[in-house]
Design a binder for this molecule. Structure first.
Ligand SMILES: [Zn+2]
Length: 93
């Protein structure tokens, strides 16, 4: 069970929203799940930066992406979780 053991002590930090006024989310382990201590900022479309450390003293891995919470026009999911093949580029033009 090496893999499970490695998960213990993971440190995950999420920064969301504009760089001028970012919202920091901290995650705590709760019954085997990671639960955020506060809510995402208002709005439907903002950049998110995630850092994951394998342990408190480990080296952090960073991931940046845009979280789009608007409803997809053609499937029932929100854009970040969209499963249909529609183009997401049209709106931005
Ligand atoms: Zn879709």
């Amino acid at each position: 069970m090496t893999e499970l053991t490695r998960l213990v002590g993971q440190v995950i930090a999420v920064t969301a929203g504009d760089r001028s006024k970012p919202t920091k989310l901290e995650f705590k382990e709760d019954g085997g799940k990671l639960v955020s201590s506060n809510a995402l900022p208002a709005g439907n479309d903002f950049p998110v930066s995630v850092s994951i450390k394998p342990s408190a003293s480990g080296k952090a891995v960073y991931e940046k992406f845009n979280l789009n919470l608007e409803k997809c026009p053609t499937c029932k999911h929100q854009e970040y979780a969209c499963i249909c093949a529609h183009s997401h580029d049209e709106k931005k033009k």
